[in-house]
Design a protein around this ligand. Sequence first.
Ligand code: SF4
Length: 305
Amino acid sequence: MNKEYPGYVELHEKGELVKKVDSLYEMMQSCHLCPRRCGVARLKGEVGYCRAGAEVEISSFHHHMGEEPPISGWSGSGTIFFTHCSLRCVFCQNFPISQLGHGNKVSISRLAEIMLILQKKGCHNINLVTPTHFAPHVVAAVHIAVRQGLRIPLVYNCGGYEEILTLQLLKGVIDIYMPDIKYGENAQAKKYSNAPDYFDVAKKSVQEMHRQVGDLKLSPDNIAQRGLLIRHLILPHDLATSEKVLYFIKNEISPATYISIMSQYFPAYKAVDVEELQRKITNNEYRKILRLTQELHLEKGWRQS
Ligand code: SF4
């Protein structure tokens, strides 16, 4: 087994990948793929909180140069944007896709073909954007694509609000986890993402991800190979309670965690009607969080300006 290959290749060779597909689809019978645990029969077409049904839906796929440097590299990240989301963030910049349901159903074989197209374009990875509610379809597509030569790592680019059982089934399939930690307190998560247990769930989710893949490892030419990369978007008035997020990462994940501190918040979607969310962050708010990362010696990662 060539260790340069992503984990799903070995799982496929051992006959374990197909078992994971079956187990993940089983979770859709009474859907508990995410912490909402709606219990709807998605395979019979019922929809739950996220509004996803039996078939996978995507809005687009791209060769993308705008992700963090080791994800986009010099040759791009192969992003696939999945329709719907299990969070309802009032400020979501992708709301037409995540909340208004823009996108189209695709077959599993087409999803596999898209992964192979992105690999052929030279992308360093397949970047699965908001994949949680379609985890069974993703792994089923990988099971087809691996037999046709897929050999680049999968990036699980998610909101951090994950079901541990789903993550455990993804063990070995996903080489790079790229979750958000959106808030360091549940109260804000309840108010702005309708997820009253968000921080409790996100802490456990990110710990499980780190257990599986460890700190981010880069190739000699600085391309992500395997590991954890956490994103955190600063909100105005410190509504993301960033300090608590950073302390959690330092004390309960690893001080060597790669963190992408994002400053590009703007009032999108319903945030235009929420007074405290109606402005961008200030330079002072941004610098305060950067100072804190230095004081905590959280020095790996990227800062956007
Ligand atoms: S994936 Fe969707 S249907 Fe399933 S538990 Fe989560 S919100 Fe409910």
